[in-house]
Design a protein around this ligand. Structure first.
Ligand code: SAH
Ligand code: SF4
Length: 345
């Protein structure tokens, strides 16, 4: 049995362990402070704990559930991608994107993904398992420690790495509690976004939460026939069901939904499709991010030209659907979902 990761434990869990060991409860806060807020990488560096307790923690718990395999920086230095190995040998990816004052970590929620969207490298690798709360938390902590050493911190988290977060909701939420807790990472809930291929049950659950975590839905198509192919879970949860879940989410939270529209040449980039999308989203409090597809060896997809993307965006605008075309970042280091893992994993 591998040791339990310390980030798997809540403050209460740590207090219980300390009580069993005959140690005072207040040490739990000190331990959490070291784990979440200081750029240390092991228990032995926890200076204000007695040496015996540091050794005991080290023998019982893992400080970090992820081992770095490789890290690559984009040419402009603003995107850093990390490949991690988990205790069972599987590998996952996380990305740090720096943009002005914003430091965003893109995290994985599963090893692989069961949904097999043809545009996505993760989808091509199949599904292995869900990540634990600690494995999700530790991705952010890894970058947080690197940034802390430079006097910076993680400001945003997006669940846009490998896997479908809504089918691993409990673990994702436990990790989000670690990110947002003011005594742990202290990241504002509004600066955290869950991206989903469109699982209505997950959207509903998110709508019941008090924390104002953002919702992004991967839409990619304005009609069911095309979306059945581009986003296979659409066969279970067609657009009527998905959009209705989004409407209820907006009503319940008063928050705007973001839609991701990965735009692909001659597949979903026509003006007619922009009109259909405009009609589909009419009246919904939403924002559309148009993202040129990142080419991969698993498919023949290519991004449309600039002019085509612009006219798609303008057509949507005419339909009163606010949108933006998102720049590609970090392409030279395979920042597309699952691509570094495929090469080095
Ligand atoms: N499973 C979730 C979250 C992970 S994927 C989801 O599908 O939303 C995060 C985003 O990356 C999704 O919008 C997905 O469609 C997009 N994506 C996957 N492959 C891509 C590619 N080749 N080019 C551009 N975006 C891609
Ligand atoms: Fe899974 Fe999202 Fe990739 Fe589809 S796009 S295969 S849902 S990770």
């Amino acid at each position: 049995m591998p040791k339990v990761s310390i980030t798997e434990l809540t403050q209460k869990d740590i207090e219980d362990v300390l009580t069993q060991w005959g140690e005072p409860k207040y040490r739990a806060k000190q331990i959490l402070d070291w784990v979440y807020r200081k750029p240390v990488t092991d228990f032995s560096s926890m200076g204000n704990l007695p040496p015996g307790l540091r050794e005991k923690l080290d023998s019982e718990f893992m400080f970090q559930s992820l081992a770095l395999v490789t890290q690559e920086k984009s040419r402009d230095g603003n995107t850093i991608k990390s490949l991690f190995r988990l205790h069972d040998g599987h590998t996952i990816e996380s990305v740090l994107m720096s943009y002005e004052k914003r430091q965003t970590v893109c995290v994985s929620s599963q090893v692989g993904c069961a949904f097999g969207c043809p545009l996505c490298v993760t989808g091509a690798s199949g599904f292995e398992r869900n990540l634990t709360p600690a494995e999700i938390t530790d991705q952010v902590l890894f970058f947080s420690r690197q940034l802390k050493a430079k006097g910076k911190s993680v400001t945003n988290v997006v669940f846009m790495g490998m896997g479908e977060p809504m089918v691993n909701f409990e673990a994702v939420w436990r990790a989000i509690e670690n990110f947002t807790s003011s005594s742990l990472l202290g990241i504002g809930a509004r600066h955290i976004t869950i991206s989903t291929a469109g699982i209505p049950q997950g959207i509903k659950k998110l709508g019941t939460k008090k924390l104002q975590v953002g919702l992004a839905v991967s839409l990619h198509a304005p009609d069911n026939e095309l979306r059945d192919n581009l986003v296979p879970p659409n066969r279970m949860y067609p657009l009527e069901v998905l959009i209705s879940a989004c409407k209820k989410y907006v009503e319940a939270t008063n928050r705007r939904v973001s839609f991701e529209y990965v735009i692909i040449r001659n597949v979903n980039d026509s003006v007619q499709q922009a009109i259909e999308l405009g009609n589909l989203l009419r009246g919904l409090n939403c924002f559309v991010n148009i993202i040129p597809v990142n080419p991969s060896v698993h498919n023949e997809f290519a991004p449309p030209g600039r002019v085509k993307i612009q006219s798609f965006s303008e057509t949507l605008e005419h339909h009163h659907v606010p949108n933006t075309v998102r720049m590609k970042r970090g392409l030279d280091i395979d920042a597309g979902c699952g691509q570094l893992r495929e090469r080095k994993g």
